[in-house]
Design a protein around this ligand. Sequence first.
Ligand SMILES: C[S@@+](CC[C@H](N)C(=O)[O-])C[C@H]1O[C@@H](n2cnc3c(N)ncnc32)[C@H](O)[C@@H]1O
Length: 381
Amino acid sequence: MFTMPQFAKMIADRERLDAHARALRRLVTPASVVIDLGAGTGVMSLLACQAGARRVYAIEPSSAVQVLAQAARDNGFAERIVILPRRSTEVMLPERADVIVSDLRGVLPPHATHFADLADARERLLAPGGRLIPAVDTLWAAVISAPDVFEQRRAVWQGAPHGLDLRSAQPYVDNLMERVRARPEQLLGPPVDWARLDYHAPLARAVRGRGTCVVTKAGLAHGLCVWFDAQLVDGVGYSNAPGTPETSIYGQILFPWPEAVTLDAGDHVAFELRADPLGDEYVWTWSAEIGRASEAAVKRFRQSSFKSWPVGPEELRTRAPSFAPSLSATGAEVLAVLEGMRAGQTIAEIVEQLRASHPRRFSSVDEAHGFVAELALRYAE
Ligand SMILES: C[S@@+](CC[C@H](N)C(=O)[O-])C[C@H]1O[C@@H](n2cnc3c(N)ncnc32)[C@H](O)[C@@H]1O
């Protein structure tokens, strides 16, 4: 869930906001129905009304969308905006939309359930021939020299505080992607586009691509710098390339190598990047083959965000298909609440029953109420 300061930053990113305003003005007519998918505090809904939309459906499960209720009145758009405080996958609409505007990305477009949610909305909620904003995202990669970030990631583990050897954490750190704000002069050659996401075409949840970066500036390289450029409609978009202003909400991702490599002009880095969905998250894998102008590959790296966090034997055991899970104490408490909900009980009734069945866990009404209310928010309708 985003906080109000985070929503404020999204609005303060004027390049992104202005591009969306332009895109909406291009696509929206007085007859248009617009869906603001993931409305947050509703700024895109207001922009869609400003562009002339007949009706805007603002879909957002976070209560941040309540800001829009008053803002719609304050701006004279209350008659045209319908707020749906739910996830888009749970929404049915009385009419299909001509335009869906959304930004469900993270620093990069493969993020959480972005593609699945967009595919669902496109199929169920968009009119034939309807348009999506954004239309296309292009993913870029370039070789980067980032000594500060690279060294700082390792410093604590290599610093031997109190003479302790903590280098066993190093392999995890080496597989950790990191958000950066790179400067153009840190890139050791031109970027290569390695994936194009056309949101009007069928969307796979996995993203894969490869390319070869040619080094044009000698330097100490630390990995690949990756970002995306957005095309909202033809000719309207924004770039997240290194050098974008501090106000940009995205930045770039450093896909580090396990060691720094000295590169000369003419060297090349053949890379492969892939993002594979795992539940509601992505596992990223990146490999690089570094070659000199006249020689075969001198270095090969292959890393994965899957290896960025230690998985203990207990976790491996409980993930095995042969494992028969039994309910934990917390699981039993959750089940009691869900069963109360299925039986149609009120929150007060569920709280009372929960306290009776788990008196040691819930010593006060407030504690039990908080527990039940949170589950109701997540699973009730
Ligand atoms: C990055 S914010 C964008 C907020 C606002 N639209 C903007 O562009 O400034 C993404 C929002 O999408 C919401 N969201 C994510 N998946 C959603 C879904 N399937 N249905 C509705 N909202 C969703 C999140 O709760 C979050 O508030």
